[in-house]
Design a protein around this ligand. Structure first.
Ligand code: FES
Length: 162
């Protein structure tokens, strides 16, 4: 299991405790707290769950349930390049599942995985607002439309080469 490195001099528990102290007054504080922790640490590490549960007076199952419901939260840091394949209805209708198969066949990666060298993470996403030009893929911060297997290979290979 990969352990998330907290910022120098701060443990995961300290980051979580400080974040809860800063945001706990908000209504529905768990979501903004989770986002803030991910912003700080690059993920919401598993060891954050019991600390959050205790500080927010929730069960561990409650906290874990929210983290696993929202696809944006990661338990381990993402790779240097993140490729998100849209799997919402409009993109599915024009072949986004073929892109998932292509990533599995060519790169040996399943959705949600990060390569062992930390170079690449492949994730799914549900609508990137580019439905008319699907299948849509986001590489880093950039959206790409009408992506087929060949274009996806080009996008991933050039991201890996940079
Ligand atoms: S369904 Fe894929 S961008 Fe909207």
């Amino acid at each position: 299991m990969t352990t998330t490195e907290p910022q120098p001099g701060r443990t995961v528990a300290e980051v979580v405790t400080d974040t809860v102290a800063a945001l706990d007054g908000q209504r529905g504080a768990l979501l903004p707290i989770l986002h803030a922790i991910q912003e700080t640490l690059g993920c919401v590490p598993r060891e954050a769950v019991p600390v959050l549960a205790e500080r927010l007076n929730l069960s561990r199952a409650d906290v874990h349930g929210v983290i696993s419901f929202y696809h944006d939260f990661r338990s381990e840091p993402a790779g240097r390049t993140t490729v998100k394949i849209c799997r919402a209805e409009a993109c599915q209708a024009v072949g986004s599942s073929r892109l998932v198969d292509h990533v599995r066949d060519r790169y040996g990666m399943e959705l949600g995985e990060t390569r062992s060298d930390g170079a690449l993470t492949v994730d799914q996403v549900f609508c990137l607002g580019n439905c008319a030009l699907g299948p849509t893929v986001q590489v880093g911060e950039r959206l790409h439309g009408r992506v087929d297997a060949a274009k996806l290979t080009t996008l991933i290979d050039s991201a890996l080469a940079s």
